[in-house]
Write a protein that binds this ligand. Structure first.
Ligand code: F6R
Ligand code: MG
Ligand code: MG
Length: 364
């Protein structure tokens, strides 16, 4: 029997600015999912947060895009929104963009990553959760994990991985999707996914169709039609036994690459891998963070999690992220620390520029 892992997340309000989800909200979400478990909608769940994003990790038998599971998550977020409003938390209900629910949270504000698969004899999965960045932040590490033999030794050594993986890539503006095959079409993959704000890896699978990874690609600003913050994506990656080992997945994040997001969703900054205790964005509302939680899926239940970046082995990555943060911050409001004009269209800058429009005089 197949199991589905759904990670559904939303920013429904936070403590002391866009900083961290406080305990009463986590408790409210847990109560709701507990009810969903008792009613048999989900098999198991884990509620957590990365910075100001509340993440619901759920296992169930209802398949992807299940209206029952999505409606359970939607109710949980709405209860949390209510609680956040009562507590006068900051940006209460930020990602609840629509009122009427029609069976699926996609396009309503929350981010969704889901994987449905036949549970193996032993099924390790990693749930990755980021704050203060966008879905394209996963492009580089996922490429490294599933395509780069300098990251993933199994691509060279393991006969079960040697033929490579397929990448589903989506254009987040048009919704167009295509599948490309690695290593054969590796350069085509890179030609697209290097443009992280537009082309985003949505799924990775083995050549026989076995699903390996799924990313939330929902763009809140495009849904809302105005600046609401960055999307703060999540991803699910299956590990081991013909798929990348846990350590190969984590290795993809050992280099704190530059991503779009950080302060006001308008800056480039390094993606810092952290344990849950450090999953809170402070300096200049950042730098952007990523958490990795390891679970064993066992008869549909979630055993764990293991807080995988809570390890001194990632100290160098964190130190490098701090060093790069210092360097970038010295640029203040200048590009390339601040995003390009095109990317700034989805922030509050155009409102400022509008004021100056009529003061330009053409001297040509
Ligand atoms: C980034 C983010 C924050 C806010 C910033 C200003 O995704 O959420 O950096 O953009 O704190 O927030 P407001 O406009 O709410 O004061
Ligand atoms: Mg927020
Ligand atoms: Mg956030």
């Amino acid at each position: 029997m197949k199991v589905t892992i759904s990670v559904i997340k939303a920013d429904v309000g936070s403590l002391a600015g866009h900083h961290i989800v406080p305990k009463p909200l986590l408790d409210t979400a847990k109560e709701n999912l507990k009810r969903g478990k008792e009613e048999g909608i989900i098999k198991d769940f884990f509620v957590t947060n990365c910075g100001d994003d509340l993440e619901l990790v759920m296992s169930h038998r209802k398949g992807k895009n299940s209206s029952e599971v999505h409606s359970l998550a939607w109710e949980a977020f709405n209860k949390c929104k209510q609680k956040a409003q009562e507590m006068h938390l900051y940006a209460a209900g930020q990602d609840i963009l629509k009122e009427a629910f029609s069976g699926n949270v996609r396009g309503m504000g929350p981010g969704v990553a889901e994987l449905e698969f036949e549970e193996r004899k032993s099924e390790p999965v990693v749930v990755l959760m980021a704050d203060k960045t966008e879905p394209g932040a996963f492009n580089l590490p996922l490429f490294r994990i599933f395509s780069d033999p300098f990251c993933t030794a199994g691509l060279v050594i393991d006969p079960k991985m040697h033929e490579g993986f397929n990448f589903k890539i989506t254009d987040v503006y048009t919704g167009d999707m295509l599948q490309l095959s690695s290593p054969e079409e590796m350069y085509d993959i890179l030609a697209l996914i290097g443009t992280t704000g537009k082309y985003v890896i949505k799924e990775v699978s083995k050549k026989d169709g076995t699903v390996a990874a799924s990313v939330s690609t929902d763009k809140v600003n495009l849904i809302a039609g105005k600046y609401v913050g960055k999307d703060d994506p999540v991803a699910i990656v299956r590990a081991q036994h013909g798929l990348p080992a846990i350590g190969e997945i984590l290795e993809g994040f050992s280099f704190p690459h530059l991503v779009a997001g950080w302060m006001r969703g308008s800056h480039i900054g390094p993606l810092m891998p952290v344990g849950l205790k450090d999953a809170k964005c402070t300096r200049f509302d950042g730098p952007p963070r990523i958490v990795a939680l390891g679970f064993q899926v066992s008869n549909g239940l979630l055993i764990g999690p293991a807080d995988l970046f809570d390890d001194p082995a990632f100290n160098n990555a964190r130190d490098m992220a701090n060093f790069v943060s210092d360097y970038l911050r010295k640029h203040g409001p200048f590009m390339p620390h601040r995003l390009s004009a095109h990317e700034m269209e989805y922030t509050t800058l155009p409102q400022v520029l509008k004021k100056l429009k009529d003061r330009f005089i053409n001297e040509k």
